[in-house]
Design a protein around this ligand. Structure first.
Ligand code: HEC
Length: 173
């Protein structure tokens, strides 16, 4: 009789324990699935490309530290605007207002950068932007190497910064 009572208790205890175990196990499996799905989404979404570092690791520290050689004022911004919409051809892809919506934008994946995104503006130093204008990226941004002078490129960096502000020359039509 005593043995039977013990057995009964054991069964009563064991069932909820087993159920808890099962529940936990499916939770963990689900969490892992969700994590993997998030990861895949991040890798395939344009967001991922937007924030990915564009400068080779070996040059990153040096490039990040470069100082803009051109002051940002109405004069230099007007000059940059002329390059952006003229021989630089930037507007064809990045759009007149820098929103990444130029005429050719839809043929690129990732899309040409939208310069009005605050998170992107914060992430990049002037040096990194200068580097990309000079060398391009592996994903569609052409390098302008010798086509533009260093002065023009630094002015474009200021102009791109201006797109990130809500006032200023670039956002005015
Ligand atoms: C033929 C289309 C095209 C033209 C013209 C073009 N771009 Fe781009 N640009 C792109 C694409 C596509 C990307 C996104 C590339 C990537 O994410 O790797 C990009 C990205 C950028 C970035 C962001 C890089 C980063 O660090 O995230 C900057 C800055 C930039 N372009 C500046 C310019 C400037 C300035 C000009 C004109 C001198 C210009 N682009 C002309 C297509 C273009």
């Amino acid at each position: 009789m005593k043995i039977k009572v013990k057995l009964l208790f054991a069964v009563i205890l064991a069932i909820p324990l087993y159920l808890t175990f099962l529940a936990l196990q499916t939770d963990i499996a689900q969490a892992i699935d969700e994590h993997e799905a998030d990861h895949k989404l991040m890798e395939s979404s344009p967001e991922h490309e937007t924030y990915e570092v564009k400068v080779p690791e070996s040059k990153l520290a040096e490039v990040k530290a470069l100082k803009n050689a051109v002051a940002s004022n109405n004069n230099t911004l007007s000059e940059a605007k002329a390059v952006y919409g003229g021989k630089g051809t930037c507007f064809n892809c990045h759009g007149e207002k820098g929103k990444g919506d130029g005429e050719l934008a839809s043929s690129f994946d990732p899309r040409p950068r939208n310069f009005t995104m605050p998170a992107w503006q914060k992430l990049r130093t002037d040096g990194e932007i200068f580097y990309v204008i000079t060398n391009g990226t592996d994903h569609g941004m052409p390098g302008f190497g010798d086509m533009l002078s260093d002065e023009e490129k630094w002015s474009l960096v200021n102009y791109i910064r201006d797109f990130g502000k809500h006032s200023g020359l670039a956002s005015k039509k």
